[in-house]
Design a protein around this ligand. Sequence first.
Ligand SMILES: Cc1cc2nc3c(=O)[nH]c(=O)nc-3n(C[C@H](O)[C@H](O)[C@H](O)COP(=O)(O)O)c2cc1C
Length: 170
Amino acid sequence: MSAAAVMRAAPEPDVEPAAFKAAMRRLAAGVTVVTSRHGATVNGMTATAVCSVSAEPPLVLVALNRSSASHGVVSRGGAFALNFLSETQSELATYFAGRDGKSFDAVPHRLGATGCPLIEGCAARLDCVLESRHDEGTHTIFVGRVLHAETGDGAPLIYGDSAFHGLTTI
Ligand SMILES: Cc1cc2nc3c(=O)[nH]c(=O)nc-3n(C[C@H](O)[C@H](O)[C@H](O)COP(=O)(O)O)c2cc1C
């Protein structure tokens, strides 16, 4: 059967937004602060929709809501950095999930080659230039080419079932 025939035979969707969100809350994920810069504008936002795409070349993706301020800064600045939070940094996750008045003044960091903030104390950091973008639904998938990667000492911070967790080895 051709792919087109399979597509035509697909059943009608049967999913309420609430059911979809409840299911996705069961997917535990590492917590990242996505930082971005355009001129004097610097921003950071908490994200879990972050994924490795390719090792050679090194590519990653992040899905950002088009209503977020970061979406505009990444689009205009053409770069982003991924700061994988450590389990001691849940306060930063909450801070950067806020909308207004976010500042890096009290957040220890340095600037990467792209000008995006690299936050101290993270489990790992990636500095990326924008490779491509794909609009899907309410979000844009930004694919970044990694210019620099480094790891820290902390264990990763995890988000699942609407709460932050440390990583427990089983
Ligand atoms: C744990 C957690 C994960 C999140 N993941 C994402 C994500 O992957 N993509 C996204 O667009 N927003 C995500 N958000 C929401 C943004 O952090 C939030 O909308 C933020 O206010 C955006 O900031 P900005 O408008 O300054 O860019 C997440 C929030 C939390 C608490």
